[in-house]
Design a protein around this ligand. Structure first.
Ligand SMILES: Cc1cc2nc3c(=O)[nH]c(=O)nc-3n(C[C@H](O)[C@H](O)[C@H](O)COP(=O)(O)O)c2cc1C
Length: 364
């Protein structure tokens, strides 16, 4: 078994332990995407709690790529100053922080972005009951540039790394999936065509931040739906990214309309922890870069068993409830996380203040 407190590397970054905070939408930003002091404090709290690498909530790269209310933006130069508040606060607390960059594509509402959402192909988004318009080649090129510019801003704002969101049914994941990508041009068709946009975004981001800056991706390994992305397809995308020099892949899965196979699943017993580990092992065998795996980690025992097969694990919901979970384990505790995976924290983010709903209800 590998001890959680064994350092590892993400590109040039030395990370002191194997627990990463997986990206978690905070709902705390101003309506124009400006991150608030509250976002900075929440993120710094995770550094104080001992998390090795913190990934922020997803930040949108263009106004049309906004997915949810209170989401942080990285779409204009004016955000560099406010974004610096987050990186500064984390660094003062001795931590490392990556931004997560996203374009929502067709997984958003016209009412939130002021126009009909844009995705790989014209269709109705089943999760949001929203019509989606197909992107033109010119619009795709603009989005590639939007990612590159947002990455450059993130680097200027002092983040230690940039993570691309290639999971959970957002734009890159929509392109990867044959369920949402029905294009007949070079961006559609076989797994290689469907991976093309993700590869182009990675290369543009790499050019924008330079060769030494850590860039990684959260990638769906399966959509968990009939006619969606398969592990075989995901491997083709992962291999291409690896060959192009990506610094790590965080393996996830699921889309919001996948029911019980959605990204944030229920975990009632240790055997259900790490529900993407089997997929992550297959990705690990296919690439050279480090592999992080997210999804249902609750106990130190299960995490340490997994660390024999992957490089790190990432955690979202348990750290909403216990931001100091890692420090508790460091102090010798073997207690599992208290999180019950109810997903109530999603509703709190919708109300503008990410928190554990179970604790909130107890205190009320
Ligand atoms: C409140 C909330 C916000 C989330 N925000 C994001 C996000 O911004 N980006 C992302 O990639 N995943 C997001 N997720 C998914 C988680 O990062 C993670 O993949 C999933 O919850 C499974 O991990 P867990 O069992 O440790 O919670 C979010 C999940 C929740 C519950």
């Amino acid at each position: 078994m590998t001890d959680i407190f064994t350092p590892w590397r993400l590109g040039r970054l030395e990370i002191p332990n194997r627990v990463v905070r997986s990206a978690t939408w905070e709902g705390m930003a101003e309506p124009d995407g400006t991150p608030t002091q509250e976002t900075a404090l929440l993120t710094a709290g995770l550094a104080e709690g001992g998390v090795g690498l913190i990934i922020t909530g997803f930040a949108y790269v263009s106004p049309h790529g906004k997915a949810l209310m209170g989401q942080t933006g990285a779409y204009i130069d004016a955000m560099v100053g406010p974004l610096t508040r987050i990186s500064d606060a984390v660094h003062k607390s001795g931590g490392l922080v990556s931004i997560q960059l996203v374009h929502a594509g067709g997984q958003t509402k016209a009412a939130w972005i002021g126009r009909q959402p844009l995705g790989p192909s014209a269709m109705r988004n089943p999760a949001l009951d929203q019509d989606v318009e197909g992107l033109s080649q010119g619009q795709i090129e603009d989005i590639v540039e939007d990612f590159a510019l947002a990455a450059a801003r993130s680097k200027a704002a002092g983040f230690d790394a940039v993570q691309l969101h290639g999971a959970h049914g957002y734009l890159l994941s929509q392109f990867l999936s044959p369920f949402t990508n029905r294009r007949e041009d070079e961006y559609g068709g076989d797994a290689e065509g469907r991976s093309r946009l993700t590869w182009q975004v990675y290369r543009a981001v790499r050019d924008a931040v330079g060769p030494g800056f850590p860039v990684f991706i959260k990638l769906n390994s399966t959509d968990g739906i009939e006619g969606g992305l398969t592990l075989e397809d995901a491997l083709i995308c992962a291999r291409g990214l690896d060959q192009a020099g990506i610094d790590a892949i965080e393996v996830s899965g699921g889309v919001p309309y996948a029911g019980k196979k959605s990204p944030s699943r229920l975990v009632k017993e240790p055997a259900q922890e790490g529900y993407f580990l089997e997929n992550a092992k297959v990705v690990k065998a296919a690439v050279k870069c480090p592999i992080i795996v997210v999804g249902g980690w609750r106990s130190r025992q299960r995490i340490e068993e997994a660390l024999d097969q992957v490089d790190a694990v990432s955690i979202c919901r348990p750290l909403v409830r216990q931001p100091d979970l890692v420090n508790q384990w460091k102090a010798g505790s073997r207690e599992p996380a208290q999180c019950v995976s109810c997903g109530g924290c999603f509703a709190t983010a919708r109300n503008g203040h990410l928190a554990c709903k179970v604790l909130q209800d107890k205190e009320a």
